[in-house]
Design a protein around this ligand. Structure first.
Ligand code: FA5
Ligand code: MG
Length: 387
C-alpha cells in the first residue's frame, strides 16, 4: 500500500485506565495548549509492564523479587497509577524550577496547560508520601518528546523506588542521615544490578536532579560502552517536609526498564518492545530473565535525505513528531548530517531519515510515498523552506 494512512493502527476513541474511562477527545485536542498526537494516545493504556510474558513485565517481576527477598515484602508496589497527571505532580511537587527546560512544550506532552502525560514516575512521590507510604515501588509508562534512534522512544517505562528512614535508623550508626541514606541507596542498587546481571562492570557518576541531593547515575558497561540505566539520590528535605516527614531522610531512584531489558535480553532496538509480531513476542516467557533474543533477519534500511532552511521556532523534536506521525515505527533514526549558516544568516539543516521495518522489507514505492508526505508536512506544519 502506498498510502501511509493504511498501515496506521486505527485509533480507538476511548480506553480504560485503572478503572477510569478516558476518551480520546479528552487527551488529543485541536487546541494550542495540547500537543499530544494520536500516535501517543494509542500507546496509553497498553501497560506493557503489566504483561508477565513481555520482557518489561518479566524484568519488573524480577526486580520485585529482589525487593521482596531483601526487605521482607516491605515495599508497597504500584503499577497502575494513571499516566495523566497534573503539572503540579509532575514538576512542582518534585521541585522542578519554573523555568526548567523539561517543562517546555518541546519536551513534554501537555493535555492542557495544567495537565501532562507524566515524564517520569517521580510524579507520584509526593502523593504516596502523603498517603503514608514509606517504602514503595512505582512502575509505569512515561512520555517524552524526544529525538529518534535505537535507544530513544517517546514512550518508555520507569520504575521508581522510594525509602524513608526514621532517625533511630541512622543515629546509631554514627554518621549523618544523608550519608547514611546515600550509602544504603548505593548498596541497594548495586545488589539489584548483581541480582539482574550477575557479575557486571558498573560505575557511579555524580549528577544533578532538582529532587535529590546528592544525586547519582549508575552506568553499566555494555557492548563496549557505558550505558546510563538509572538516576537516584537522597531526597531533598523540602519534599519530605511538605509531605509530613519532617524528621526523616529518604532515598529515591528511577530506573529505565527498556535500557535494562535491552541489555538483559539482547534486544537491539527499542521499537521492538511495541511489536505484536509473534517472532518477537513468542521468544519470552514468564519468569525467565536469561533468554537472549534471536533477531529475525534484519531487513535493509533505506535512507532519505532532506534539506531545508529553518526558522527560529524549528526544533528537532517537532521534526521527529511529524516523521513519526507519518511513518510510525517504520522510522528507525532521524539524524542531522549537515548544518550551515549562509552569509545572509539563513541556517540550513540536512536530516537523514532511516526507514526500516523490523518485520518485513519495505518497497521503494512505500518509502517514496512516506518521504513525500514527510516533505509536505514538514513544509506545512514546521514552516521551513525545503531546498
Ligand atoms: C529521571 O527521570 C528521574 N526522575 C530519575 C530519578 C528518580 C532520579 C528519583 C532521582 C530520584 P532521567 O531523565 O535521567 O531521570 O531518566 C531515568 C532513566 O530513564 C535513565 O537513566 C534511562 O535509563 C531512562 N531513560 C531516560 N530517557 C529515556 C528514553 N528516551 N528512552 C528510554 N529510556 C530513557
Ligand atoms: Mg538522565
Amino acid at each position: 500500500p502506498s498510502n501511509p494512512k493504511t498501515w496506521r493502527r486505527p485509533v480507538i476513541s476511548a480506553l480504560e485506565l485503572g478503572g477510569v474511562k478516558i476518551a480520546r477527545d479528552d487527551v488529543v485536542r485541536d487546541d494550542p495548549t495540547n500537543n499530544v498526537p494520536d500516535t501517543i494516545f494509542s500507546k496509553l493504556g497498553l501497560q506493557l509492564h503489566r504483561r508477565d510474558q513481555h520482557p518489561l513485565g518479566i524484568l519488573k517481576n524480577t526486580i520485585y523479587d529482589y525487593f521482596d527477598t531483601n526487605y521482607s515484602n516491605k515495599f508497597d508496589k504500584f503499577d497502575e497509577l494513571c499516566p495523566i497527571v497534573s503539572v503540579k505532580q509532575n514538576f512542582d511537587d518534585v521541585l522542578v524550577p519554573a523555568d526548567h527546560v523539561s517543562r517546555s512544550y518541546n519536551d513534554t506532552y501537555y493535555v492542557d496547560s495544567q495537565t501532562v502525560l507524566r515524564c517520569h514516575t517521580s510524579a507520584h512521590q509526593a502523593e504516596l508520601l502523603r498517603k503514608g507510604h514509606t517504602h514503595f515501588l512505582v512502575t509505569g509508562d512515561v512520555y517524552r518528546r524526544d529525538s529518534i534512534d535505537s535507544t530513544h522512544y517517546p514512550v518508555f517505562h520507569q520504575m521508581e523506588g522510594f525509602r524513608v528512614f526514621s532517625p533511630d535508623e541512622w543515629e546509631a550508626s554514627g554518621v549523618d542521615g544523608t550519608s547514611f541514606a546515600a550509602e544504603d541507596l548505593k548498596k541497594c542498587l548495586e545488589g539489584l544490578a548483581t541480582h539482574l546481571f550477575g557479575a557486571v562492570e558498573m560505575r557511579w557518576v555524580d549528577t544533578y536532579f532538582p529532587f535529590t541531593n546528592p544525586s547519582f547515575e549508575l552506568e553499566i558497561y555494555f557492548q563496549e560502552k557505558w550505558l546510563e540505566v538509572l538516576g537516584c539520590g537522597v531526597t531533598e528535605q523540602e519534599i519530605l517536609k511538605r509531605n509530613g516527614k519532617l524528621n526523616n531522610v529518604a532515598w529515591a531512584f528511577g530506573l529505565g526498564l527498556e535500557r535494562l531489558a535491552m541489555v538483559l535480553f539482547d534486544i537491539p532496538d527499542i521499537r521492538l518492545f511495541w511489536s505484536n509480531d509473534e517472532r518477537f513476542t513468542s521468544q519470552f516467557s514468564k519468569g525467565q530473565l536469561g533468554i537472549k533474543f534471536k533477531t529475525f533477519s534484519k531487513y535493509p534500511p533505506c535512507y532519505k535525505d532532506m534539506s531545508f532552511w529553518i526558522n527560529e521556532s524549528f526544533t528537532e523534536n517537532n521534526l521527529c513528531e511529524v516523521v513519526r506521525g507519518i511513518a510510525g515505527d517504520l522510522v528507525e533514526e532521524v539524524s542531522l548530517i549537515d548544518n550551515f549558516t549562509n552569509k545572509k544568516g539563513m541556517t540550513s539543516h540536512c536530516y537523514r531519515i532511516a526507514y526500516r521495518s523490523m518485520e518485513r522489507s519495505l518497497t521503494d514505492e512505500e518509502i517514496n510515498g512516506l518521504q513525500m508526505s514527510v516533505r509536505e508536512q514538514v513544509q506545512s506544519k514546521l514552516n521551513v523552506v525545503l531546498r
